[in-house]
Structure formats: structure tokens, C-alpha cells
Design a protein around this ligand. Structure first.
Ligand SMILES: Cc1cc2nc3c(=O)[nH]c(=O)nc-3n(C[C@H](O)[C@H](O)[C@H](O)COP(=O)(O)O)c2cc1C
Length: 303
């Protein structure tokens, strides 16, 4: 059996055109699945594949003669494109400037994000590496602050029906199962959120997604590596920043809409197809604030 995802259950098919193969062996060396071997001076499908071709496409991309075709798992030779020139790639200085200039933005201009800009963000996010091709990441896109506010309002209404989730008896019951750190997080972070989100919404202040003019929610299926939607969201954030937009990742909604029948109804109401271990919202819009300084950050392991 091939490695399953929500989109693919079978291995992809590899074919090598022996007449075009120049026997360089690059495809054999690059295949992490050992799906290819050299035989009589030609690359061929091997019998020693570990999982079966996952359709990463590396062999097609490295082949200097175009002798290899992969079909299946949502990939085909039509997905090959010419690489942008090396000189056009961002330098470290450009990348670090973009990163150092970024700050989470929570106030946005009352200006929609143009359709072609949204497409550029999604195009960039689709280049994200994925645990297992084909990408199992889904994206929900809400355009315009009316949509994002309606989503936030619905979420606040839903939270009002879920107060038992942060009640004393429930947290005491769960502590032996989910441990000290979760207990502390629930008491110090999640429980206050249950008050703050709906409370502020009643004052007409949206602190769920800040009335962002664009909201993207990256989430996976139950098959997805939990990191996949987070990496795609990070690419989207970076692309949006490069296009002059401000962004803020929003982590609080996803975990609260995973479990139980009310969460399922909320997801269904908003066209969210799967519950998943990880998911992340990114609020995006033209920033209404300008920062004067950057802020140096550290890792926990720094001394
Ligand atoms: C995974 C993740 C989840 C986050 N969730 C929220 C959120 O729900 N609401 C919010 O206002 N900011 C959220 N943030 C933004 C952080 O608060 C912010 O990144 C942090 O304060 C550091 O500020 P900076 O992004 O300007 O460096 C989140 C950031 C990350 C990476």
C-alpha cells in the first residue's frame, strides 16, 4: 500500500523513456524512496521502493533530458516549469530585511486586498514544502471585512455555548490526562479568551480577527502532518509582507473548533472540510500602523 493522504491512496507511476535517458544516474541518487535503479546503462523502476513513488517529482525536475514522467498523486509532466533565474532570487539581505521589518499587525486600513494580490499570496503558499505530496493543506479564504467580522461573530456565539470547556470541574477532570502545561494554558490563556472574545464583540470590537480585510485559514485533513498547514501559512504571511501587506497569525480559533458536535456544526457552517491536528489563521490587510523600530527576538535555547 502506498502512503495515504486525503487526496491520494495509490503510489504514482514512474516511466522512463530509455531512448532519452543519458545514464547520468541523477534521478537514482535523488530518489529518497529508492524507486529507481540503473540497469544496463538506463534508469529504470526498481523493485526496492520503500513506500512506492510519493510523487515528489524530484526525478523529473533533476533529469537533464526530460526522460522521466511521473503520473498520479496529483502530479504529471505538465507540472514542470522553468526555474526563475538564480540572479532573480531574493538575497539573504533582502530576506532578513523583510523578516526584521515584519511586526504582527492588528489594525488595518479600510481597504480590500485586490484579487490579483490574493492570488499571488496563494501561489506563494502553494510552493511550501509538504510532509507528503500531494499537499493535504486546505485553505479557507474570507475576503472583505464584512466576511471576517461575520466569521468572528459566529465564533463568539459558538464560544458562548462552550463555556463548560473551561469550567473548573472540566479542567480538574482533564488535568491528569492532559498534564500540567495544558492545565496552566487553559487557566491562564484559554479561559480568559472565552470571556474576552465575546465580551469585546458585544462592545463591537473584534479581537478574534481584528476585522482584517482578508483572512486565510490553513488546515489539514486527519492524514496531514500537523506542520504542513503551519508552513503554508508562514509562506502566505511572508508573501503578503513582500507585497506591502501587514499580517497577524491567529492561533486561538483552530484548536477550539475541533472537538464535539457544536464544533462540527461550526465547521460545516463555514465550509471547513476537516477537523485536523493543526491549523492556523492569517489575518492580512494594508497596515494602519507604522513601526519605527524592530524588536530583537531570542530562542528559548539561546544563552
Ligand atoms: C502560532 C501563532 C499564533 C498566534 N495567535 C495570535 C492570536 O490568536 N491573536 C493575536 O492577536 N496574535 C496572535 N499571534 C501573534 C503573536 O502574538 C505575535 O507574533 C507575537 O506577539 C510577537 O509579535 P511579532 O509577530 O510582532 O513579532 C500569533 C502568532 C503565532 C506565531
Amino acid at each position: 500500500m502506498a502512503i495515504p493522504t486525503s487526496r491520494a491512496k495509490e503510489a504514482a507511476e514512474i516511466s522512463v523513456n530509455a531512448d532519452e535517458c543519458n545514464a547520468c544516474g541523477l534521478c537514482v541518487n535523488i530518489c529518497g524512496d529508492l524507486s529507481l535503479k540503473m540497469e544496463n546503462g538506463v534508469a529504470r523502476k526498481s523493485e526496492t521502493a520503500i513506500f512506492g513513488c510519493i510523487g515528489c517529482g524530484h526525478c523529473m525536475a533533476v533529469c537533464p533530458t526530460g526522460a522521466i514522467e511521473i503520473h498520479g498523486r496529483e502530479i504529471s509532466p505538465a507540472d514542470i516549469f522553468d526555474l526563475p533565474a538564480k540572479e532573480s532570487a531574493a538575497t539573504y539581505e533582502q530576506v532578513i530585511s523583510l523578516f526584521e521589518r515584519r511586526r504582527s499587525i492588528r489594525t488595518f486600513k479600510d481597504q480590500d486586498v485586490e484579487a490579483e494580490v490574493i492570488e499571488k499570496i496563494l501561489k506563494a503558499a502553494k510552493t511550501a514544502p509538504m510532509g507528503l505530496p500531494p499537499s493535504d493543506v486546505h485553505v479557507m479564504v474570507l475576503k472583505g471585512k464584512e466576511q471576517t467580522r461575520a466569521f468572528a461573530k459566529d465564533f463568539c456565539d459558538y464560544l458562548e455555548t462552550m463555556k463548560w470547556f473551561v469550567s473548573g470541574w472540566f479542567l480538574t477532570l482533564m488535568r491528569p490526562f492532559w498534564g500540567k502545561a495544558n492545565d496552566e494554558m487553559f487557566k491562564g490563556f484559554v479561559r480568559p479568551l472565552f470571556k474576552i472574545y465575546p465580551g469585546k464583540m458585544r462592545e463591537n470590537i473584534n479581537v478574534v480577527n481584528y476585522d482584517a480585510p482578508l483572512l486565510m485559514y490553513f488546515y489539514g485533513s486527519p492524514y496531514t502532518d500537523p506542520a504542513d498547514p503551519i508552513i503554508a501559512a508562514t509562506y502566505a504571511m511572508t508573501a503578503a509582507e513582500s507585497l506591502g501587506l501587514g499580517t497577524c497569525m491567529l492561533g486561538a480559533v483552530h484548536p477550539l473548533i475541533q472537538h464535539g458536535s457544536k464544533a462540527r456544526k461550526f465547521r460545516e457552517d463555514h465550509g471547513i472540510k476537516f477537523p485536523g491536528r493543526e491549523g492556523l489563521f492569517v489575518a492580512i490587510g494594508y497596515p494602519a500602523v507604522k513601526f519605527k523600530k524592530g524588536i530583537r527576538r531570542t530562542f528559548a535555547s539561546d544563552q
